[in-house]
Design a protein around this ligand. Structure first.
Ligand code: HEM
Ligand code: HEM
Length: 169
């Protein structure tokens, strides 16, 4: 029972942070025209991407290596993975100013797909003993999707830095 409660705490924490960020977005929208190239919008993209990179790497490092062995239980790192895996993409969504053209738009769609697949993974994780095969299959889909997502982000960042986005946005 206590485990089940703790299982939802990460979603509650992420939800509260997202509500606060929604307030920030409303203020941003009232004061400026939200865009990826706006200085504040740009920072939202950078911080969101950093959180997503942490999501991609830290949990795997804790789970698969000895590097973070002393830094708490694997389950707590999964909770952290889920909080950063929701807040990071939300910051990136704020960064887009709700425009979804070109490769950047595709990258945002990929981000949403990875987040949705995360929810499916979380459902399977809680039932992993009964659903071993599905859970193994889910890993095969989820991990390459994440890698494709970061390849797409890298092109978008390069386009933004070197070509001021242009056709590749
Ligand atoms: C997962 C990470 C990211 C995603 C999904 C993403 C997505 C987007 C989207 C959808 C837009 C709006 C495109 C449009 O106007 O239709 C945009 C704009 C932009 N992004 Fe990102 N972004 C990400 C990270 C970053 C980062 C880290 C930087 C900075 C280094 C950045 C720099 C920019 C710039 C400069 C624009 C404005 C482009 C323009 O107005 O033509 N983005 N981004
Ligand atoms: C930016 C978004 C995200 C990225 C890039 C991402 C990436 C990953 C990666 C690479 C793994 C494999 C870890 C490993 O076995 O080494 C993983 C596992 C997992 N992720 Fe995510 N994830 C994201 C968001 C989410 C979200 C939002 C949730 C839940 C709502 C979630 C739930 C899970 C679960 C349950 C696992 C399996 C844990 C295990 O097998 O031990 N992820 N994710």
């Amino acid at each position: 029972m206590q485990n089940a409660r703790r299982g939802y705490a990460e979603l509650e924490i992420a939800f509260i942070i997202i509500i606060i960020l929604s307030g920030v977005y409303i203020a941003y929208d009232l004061l400026a025209e939200p865009r990826g190239s706006h200085p504040f919008g740009n920072w939202l993209g950078i911080v969101g991407t950093l959180l997503m990179v942490m999501t991609e790497t830290l949990y795997s490092i804790r789970k698969r290596t000895r590097l973070l062995n002393r830094a708490g239980a694997v389950r707590n790192w999964l909770s952290f993975h889920i909080v950063t895996g929701l807040v990071g993409p939300f910051l990136v969504l704020m960064h887009t100013g709700l425009h979804f053209r070109g490769l950047a738009g595709f990258t945002m769609v990929m981000t949403i797909v990875v987040v949705v697949s995360g929810f499916i993974g979380r459902y399977l994780y809680n039932r992993r003993n009964q659903m071993q095969r599905f859970f193994a299959l889910w890993h095969i889909v989820h991990i390459p999707l994440g890698l494709m997502l970061f390849a797409s982000v890298a092109i978008h960042i390069a386009a933004a830095i070197f070509f001021r986005a242009g056709v590749f946005r």
